[in-house]
Design a protein around this ligand. Structure first.
Ligand SMILES: [Zn+2]
Ligand SMILES: [Zn+2]
Length: 1016
């Protein structure tokens, strides 16, 4: 036998091993560099990477996002596009700080201050460097092709400077302000949190809190009191008012307690009044003996929002400890008492409660109220309560000064911008609109350390100085420049500038910025917006020095690459990154920063549960890569609808491997027979021509149809559709073309080999973006003189396929499928030949023989299937509610056969029409027939057997048995054998010996003791 032309394939792929080999080969050959070189100067496709937070190893949910980014970059590259491939790391802000604190064992800001801000900043940088390195290794292993080493890090000085530019621009527009604001506050992180950070469902937990009913004695009304309800005892010492619903009815019971009547419908009231009649009454506060309460006059105020769904209908108001309370304080000019500090501990002025946390004050508050006969009842309640998105600590409200950017003027331009964006899946566009319509002003300040330093310098003269660049800082600095290692705290805090109005020396405010500023600016900072000159290595400044070699391009480059053609992140980013990048781009340039978005839901386990380490169902990305392989993971991700939660697990991986094996086996079949026949294809003659039989022509057309369908799916950013097309294609390839052509491969039929080679090679090119490893491995086995890698082969160019031919074969396959169904319902073995099949409702011109052969029947007839007995029953869950009492009559009419079948699966009965989903249809064969139907086609299989058919069935059984033996005993595909059969089969051999010998490659058949084969 000649040297094999194609590298033989194992029976099944070892995905992880194969992938490691391919990674090594890509590295050695510089495949990615060659691809970039090949596409240089091609039409640009601008993808902007949303930065991954470098605060831990990547998880399987990151695997999803990274896969999708890689798939579409690879697809666009296969179309000849030039891409940037810049990866981004999100590298400062709360997500990094909290992890570093954990690593250091800290649990408060105070500990960081003692440790030293410079050391802490260095630790944060090292921490980011470590995980950026780990994430890079993981991403490469997943097959992600990026310009690794030239990543952007959001903590670079360049990135910071670009945000400064943005902040200066919004100040010039008059949008920047400092607000005295009630804000959600994390006592552990010691900072306020913005609405967009906290908005997700996941940022709520079921938490048990105290539930207190408390009396507020009314002044001047002896023996009467208001009763209020609260779940936050720590806010009672800051109470200043009680709110009633003005148009609701309130009643006083026999012990003098006022509550809303609607809340206590069973109660007997001595007196009833409207809420507005209580407004203006004064009462004794629950903690008037605290110094903080000195001079506060407590009174009843009206508030339309008072709920009559919970509590007593009278709401205790503490403007320093609640958002709505704070709003009311503005309307009614109420004093604002702020009871807790940054760490959530009671401030001086609150007596024995001072320094206690909001939890620690619960018992003393209850005791004090009870001692003074103000407590009605103290129990507990479990309710949904917001927790810190970063550290899961329950939040409190504080009134503080924060920096805001007003959303008022930009809201409409952002909505207009979103109207130009194409979203996949499309329904997310409306989610973005909803967010934009409802977004509040952007709270950009955080009271933290390792984040974007806000370049705000407030002067006593009233001037707010905003620095827009490092150059401006240097120009206006009074001192501190010499120690400015980078633009982070503590170094930036050592620089003082001169006030541009009064010339006084001013220091920076202590706050840092929201991390979404960092990620939102990258369309400007990484592309060199308004940068006059290209600076090699110029992006990698400050903390990112040494971590990245990225250039700072010039403005012409920005013009070329902005706006991005495409971005892709998870759905939660609608209120985070998608929002912040739009906000910043529209503020700076007036344009939307991206044209298309692909977004997706979260990853859950294969049973649909969220993954949690503590539940034991979490999967490490590294484990998945090693146990499943990257291609299998990518298949799992890409074959699901991104608008639903995406499932992921080892069971699904096994299923994918099994499905992929059909394709692998087809390729292996080609390789094995091509090697036997010495078939050597030429890349320049890819398209099969010449001696093609009808089936070959069909496969060429079918392949071209697959290429075009997949192209449309990729263009629509729908991997799930690509995978669906691929599976249907593989079914046609394997279960029709190869099945129907098998014999031709045994002979020397080059047309069959060439056609199959064409099909497989084109399929590999289509699939390469999704399964980059195994496709390239197979490519290298099959393509001997073409591009060295499938990734350098480009997208296949094919003509419009012959749809008439495709429809024709699709119909043939449908009939065959129905024939199989009929056979399996009859219980007769597939190998047993039958007399005839009657087909109704399908055109099978020229394919009768194929159908007969496939279904092993002697004849196929087109005609009316008389054998059908149609049984129609009501689908009760659907039809029952619709018909009500009429159901009985309809059911009886259906049972009696008093109905008419209408086109499209509908039925007419008793003058009404029933839809396909309202009925259950069974088609039974008459005695001796098996029937199946679907899509308007009905087939009936004659089940009658005679001696001749039975004998033929036995011959097929024997052929099957011998071929199994050949495999078991390791005979080569073309090796000849001598066959011995037992005496009982003598008659069979006499009748069908030649045929059997041909099928099992026997040179002779003799009758002996038992069934055996040996070398001829
Ligand atoms: Zn927190
Ligand atoms: Zn000044």
């Amino acid at each position: 036998m000649p040297e094999p032309i194609f590298q033989p394939l194992p029976d099944k792929p070892d995905h992880p091993a194969l992938e490691r080999e391919m990674l090594a080969q890509w590295g050695a050959e510089g495949t990615f560099a060659k691809l970039r070189e090949q596409n240089r100067g091609g039409p640009s496709f601008s993808f902007m990477d949303g930065p991954i937070t470098a605060n831990g190893p990547a998880g399987v949910h990151h695997g999803l996002g990274r896969t999708l980014k890689d798939v579409f970059q690879r697809y666009k590259a296969s179309r000849g596009h030039e891409l940037r491939y810049q990866n981004g790391f999100d590298s400062q802000g709360l997500h990094v700080e909290v992890q570093v604190e954990k690593a250091l064992g800290f649990n408060s800001k105070h500990e960081i201050e003692e440790y030293g801000l410079a050391r802490f900043a260095r630790d944060c940088r090292d921490f980011v460097a470590k995980f950026a390195g780990i994430q890079t290794v993981q991403s490469k292993r997943l097959g992600m092709w990026m310009d690794w080493g030239n990543d952007y890090f959001t903590f670079s000085d360049t990135n910071i400077e670009y945000i400064w530019r943005f902040l200066k621009a919004v100040q010039e527009k008059g949008w920047l302000y400092k607000g005295h604001n009630a804000t959600q506050w994390c006592p552990r992180c010691g900072t306020s949190l913005s609405k967009h950070e906290q908005a997700g469902e996941e940022n709520y937990e079921e938490i048990e809190h105290p539930s207190l009913f408390v009396r507020f004695p009314l002044r001047g009304r002896e023996g009467q009191s208001l009763v209020i309800w609260t779940t936050t005892p720590w806010t009672l010492p800051a109470n200043v008012a009680a709110a009633v619903k003005p148009d609701a009815e309130y009643g006083r019971n026999d012990v003098g307690e006022w509550v809303a009547v609607a809340r206590y419908p069973e109660e007997h009231f001595e007196e009833k009044v409207r809420g507005e009649d209580l407004v203006g009454l004064e009462y004794e506060g629950p903690f008037d003996y605290f110094a903080a309460q000195e001079g506060v006059v407590h009174r009843v105020i009206p508030w339309d929002e008072v709920s009559l769904e919970e509590g007593t209908g009278i709401v205790h108001i503490a403007p320093g400890a609640g958002a709505e309370d704070f709003e009311l304080s503005r309307v009614y000019d109420l004093p604002v008492l702020t009871p807790i500090d940054e760490a959530g501990r009671m401030l001086p002025g609150y007596g024995e409660l001072q320094d206690k946390t909001t939890e620690e004050v619960v018992d003393p508050v209850i005791e004090s109220l009870r001692d003074r006969h103000l407590l009605v009842e103290a129990t507990s309640i479990v309710h949904r309560y917001p927790v810190c998105w970063r550290c899961r600590t329950p939040l409190v409200f504080r009134v503080v000064d924060d920096w805001f950017i007003s959303a008022a003027e930009i809201r409409q331009p952002m909505l207009d911008g979103n109207a130009t964006v194409e979203w996949t899946p499309p329904q997310y566009k409306k989610r973005m609109d909803d967010w934009l319509r409802n977004m509040g002003d952007w709270n950009i300040s955080r009271r933290r350390f390792f984040g974007l330093p806000l370049p705000f310098y407030e002067c006593e003269c009233g001037r707010l100085n905003v620095i827009g660049s490092r150059a401006e800082l240097e120009e206006r600095a009074v001192f501190g420049l010499d120690q400015l290692e980078e633009l982070h705290r503590p170094w930036i805090d050592g620089v003082r500038i001169r006030c541009e109005d009064c010339g006084a020396e001013v220091e920076r405010v202590s706050e840092v910025g929201d991390a979404w500023l960092d990620a939102g600016i990258v369309h400007f900072s990484t592309l060199g917006w308004k940068n006059p000159e290209w600076i090699p290595g110029g992006y990698a400044t400050g903390a990112s020095r040494g971590l990245s070699g990225a250039d700072l391009p010039d403005h012409a480059y920005w013009e070329k690459w902005f706006p991005a053609d495409w971005v892709s992140e998870g759905r939660a980013q609608i209120r985070l990154w998608f929002y912040s990048q739009c906000f910043m781009a529209i503020a700076l340039d007036g344009r939307e920063p991206y044209g298309r978005v692909l977004t997706y839901e979260n990853v859950v386990d294969e049973t649909g549960r969220e993954m949690h380490k503590s539940w034991g169902n979490a999967i490490d990305l590294d484990d998945a890569l090693e146990r499943m392989g990257a291609d299998v993971m990518r298949w799992v991700y890409c074959s699901q609808n991104p608008a639903q939660e995406l499932r992921f697990g080892y069971g699904m991986a096994e299923d994918v491997k099994r499905r992929f094996l059909t394709f692998w086996n087809s390729v292996k079949f080609l390789v094995d027979y091509a090697n036997v026949q010495g078939f050597r294809p030429a890349w320049r003659e890819l398209q099969p021509e010449g001696e093609l039989v009808a089936l070959d022509r069909w496969l060429v057309e079918r392949t071209n149809a697959f290429v075009l369908a997949a192209e449309a799916d990729y263009e629509a950013y729908e991997t799930v559709a690509v995978m669906r097309e691929f599976e249907a294609y593989v079914d046609d390839l394997s279960n029709w073309y190869i099945r129907r052509s098998r014999r031709r491969f045994w002979g020397d039929d080059e047309a069959a080999l060439r056609t199959l080679w064409y099909a497989v090679v084109q399929a590999l090119r289509v699939l390469a973006p999704i399964l980059p490893f195994v496709t390239d491995r197979l490519w290298r086995s099959l393509v001997l003189d073409g591009p060295e890698s499938v990734h350098l082969a480009g997208w296949p160019k094919v003509g419009e396929p012959d749809h008439v031919l495709l429809d024709e074969i699709a119909e043939v396959r449908r009939v065959v499928e129905l024939g199989r169904q009929a056979r399996s319902s009859s219980g007769i073995k597939l190998r047993q030949p039958l007399r005839r099949l009657v087909v109704e409702g399908a055109r099978l011109d020229g394919h009768l023989e194929e159908v007969a052969d496939e279904l092993r029947v002697k004849a196929v007839e087109l005609g009316t299937v008389e054998a059908v007995e149609l049984r129609v029953k009501p689908n009760l869950p659907v039809l029952g509610p619709k018909l009500g009492r009429e159901l009985g009559a309809v059911r009886a009419a259906l049972a009696a056969g008093e109905f008419e079948e209408l086109p499209g699966g509908r039925f007419s009965v008793l003058g009404r029409e029933l839809e396909p989903d309202e009925v259950l249809v069974e088609r039974g064969g008459r005695e001796g027939w098996a029937v199946a139907s679907g899509d308007g086609v009905v087939v009936a299989l004659d089940l009658g057997l005679d001696d001749e058919l039975v004998l033929e069935g036995e011959a097929y059984e024997l052929i099957h048995g011998v071929n199994s033996l050949r495999k078991e005993q390791g005979f080569e595909l073309t090796e000849r054998i001598i066959l011995s059969v037992p005496e009982a089969l003598r008659g069979l051999v006499d009748r069908h010996g030649d045929w059997i010998a041909r099928e099992v490659l026997a040179t002779s058949i003799d009758v002996g003791e038992q069934l055996e084969i040996r070398k001829s």
